[in-house]
Write a protein that binds this ligand. Structure first.
Ligand SMILES: [Zn+2]
Length: 360
């Protein structure tokens, strides 16, 4: 099966020109001007862009969390991604505490196998890493899992301590792989949450009010400092605030290999959404929480100047009626997450390129 797409505006990481693209058996084999090749199907792309497929490096499909499971599985989630121009996503397998990470990888492969509309890979969420398990990281790398995610948030669930982070980073460095960090001080945040609940503050808006940006910035600073001492690069996931970005910039300015992604929700939404009537605000309960609107300009600036390297979605949808409702009497029980995998490319194009904030 071959397809020839003619007269498109071809956009690559380095080029922008009018041209044709020839695809043989699902692989791009020729790009050029006025290609003279036979094809089973010819598509006229006049007046249209021809982008490479998008890559979303952060999704949670079919993920158990907060007493329920994210509402998209690998079939519906990857279909949505394909409709939005994303042709590869990297999801997260989760190690069950006390069990092998390789077992977790098998579990997640079984969830995805045969169901996906696009390409996919996995990061491994490491929830414990005793010395006798460190060697698994190399085995994961050999199996194609070259990034591990660790959490400074969610004590008692996904949280790992700084010693574990250091151990994982050292080993990741040895293997030429990388640690991704959910950087928020979950220990302090849990204390703030406890106090809020004791004072009867149970509505969705307290999700944001109990997760100060300073606690994100502290996590980012700590993650980068530990990585610096371990002499490895580090990748901060879903960076949401100017305070946190400042820490990444400071580190990069002194030559540390710190990288970070942000997400459309932090570029387009803000904490005023939590003020909506009744329980509506629960739709916007995600972690990190939505921030004050002025942070958005700083994040766009971070993208423009290269201090933020990518835009992921952290796609993790929960249905309002059956799932978000679990937290009707207690904001800390609202499943954290929202959708985005279908809309990422168009949002970034419209809000970024069309609005003159970033270049094509
Ligand atoms: Zn996530």
């Amino acid at each position: 099966m071959s397809v020839l797409i003619k007269n498109g505006r071809v956009i690559t990481a380095v080029d922008d020109y009018m041209g044709d693209v020839y695809i043989e058996n699902e692989t791009v084999s020729l790009i050029g001007k006025n290609l003279e090749v036979e094809a089973d199907e010819v598509i006229d792309a006049s007046g249209k862009y021809l982008f490479p497929g998008g890559l979303d490096p952060h999704t949670h499909l079919d993920m158990p969390f907060g007493g329920t499971t994210s509402a998209d599985d690998f079939e519906t989630g990857t279909r949505a991604a394909a409709h939005g121009g994303t042709t590869t996503l990297i999801d997260f397998a989760i190690q069950t505490k006390g069990h092998s990470t390789l077992e977790a990888l098998d579990t997640w492969h079984a969830k995805a196998d045969g169901k996906t509309a696009i390409d996919y890979g996995f990061h491994m969420i490491v929830t414990d890493l005793e010395d006798n398990r460190v060697h698994e990281m190399k085995m994961l790398a050999d199996a194609g899992v070259t990034s591990y995610k660790l959490f400074m948030a969610y004590p008692g669930v996904l949280y790992v301590d700084d010693g574990t982070i250091y151990r994982a980073m050292r080993q990741a460095g040895e293997n030429g792989t990388v640690v991704c960090m959910h950087a928020e001080n979950g220990i302090v945040i849990d204390e703030i949450v406890k106090i809020a609940l004791a004072e009867g503050k149970t509505e969705p808006k307290y999700h944001a009010l109990t997760r100060p940006t300073r606690m994100e910035a502290e996590g980012v600073h700590r993650a980068i400092s530990i990585a610096e001492v371990a002499q490895v690069p580090v990748y901060i996931v879903h960076l949401s605030s100017s305070d946190a970005l400042e820490q990444v910039m400071l580190a990069r300015n002194r030559g540390v290999h710190a990288f970070a992604e942000t997400c459309p929700q932090y570029l387009f939404l803000d904490d005023s959404y939590y003020e909506q009537e009744g329980f509506e605000g629960a739709k916007y309960v995600m972690t990190p929480a939505l921030r004050k609107k002025w942070n958005q300009d700083e994040l766009w600036k971070g993208l423009r100047f290269g201090d933020l390297q990518s835009i992921s979605t952290d796609h993790c949808p929960f249905c309002f009626k059956d799932q978000k409702i679990l937290g009707i009497n207690d904001f800390s029980k609202i499943p954290n997450g929202g959708p985005g995998v279908e809309n990422r490319m168009s949002l970034v194009y419209n809000g970024g390129v069309n609005s003159g904030r970033i270049s094509l």
